[in-house]
Design a protein around this ligand. Sequence first.
Ligand SMILES: Cc1cc2nc3c(=O)[nH]c(=O)nc-3n(C[C@H](O)[C@H](O)[C@H](O)COP(=O)(O)O)c2cc1C
Length: 178
Amino acid sequence: MGFLELVSRRQSCRKYLDRPVDRGQIERCLEAARLAPSACNSQPWRFVAVQDPALKEKAARAAFSGIFQMNAFAREAPVLVFLIRERSKYAARMGGQVRGVQYNLIDLGIAGEHFILQATEEGLGTCWIGWFNERAVKKVLGLPWHVKVDLVISLGYSAEEGLREKSRHGIGDMSEVR
Ligand SMILES: Cc1cc2nc3c(=O)[nH]c(=O)nc-3n(C[C@H](O)[C@H](O)[C@H](O)COP(=O)(O)O)c2cc1C
């Protein structure tokens, strides 16, 4: 599959089959994330992939209850991946302050998308999830209060059929070639 086809195939999956994902598949996605670039090569990320059914159920319930219920679909995903944002190296933090850019957020996004595109290549469905109960997740996973769990990726075989048409700005509206 060419890269543009891979990117076109990736779409948010909000319905999953009750079919387990191989550990090898998860590890290849993690490898793709590991190879991502980052400001000053800080690699300010940690990925916690939860596939143990009991722990995943607990984490899912914690993450997607109450006001976060709109993402309850993710409870059905066989794997939930929690993306932890760490501090960038000193030079990247200082440079970021001068520039007014938070590089570790950008880095986390790039690494997460690497993970997701490898998952797409593996024939798996994913969804980025930013709306979840971070505090409750940290409690279930035994993470200290100061850790930043910024995002979740749900992962599993898709139960959705076909590809949706992408709703995006036109290329002329989002870019120019000078
Ligand atoms: C940082 C980020 C956070 C997101 N949070 C959620 C979320 O909480 N729930 C959800 O269903 N989708 C979430 N999405 C998915 C977007 O809604 C989706 O990517 C967008 O509508 C484009 O659709 P597509 O992914 O199918 O191409 C998130 C996407 C990103 C990049």
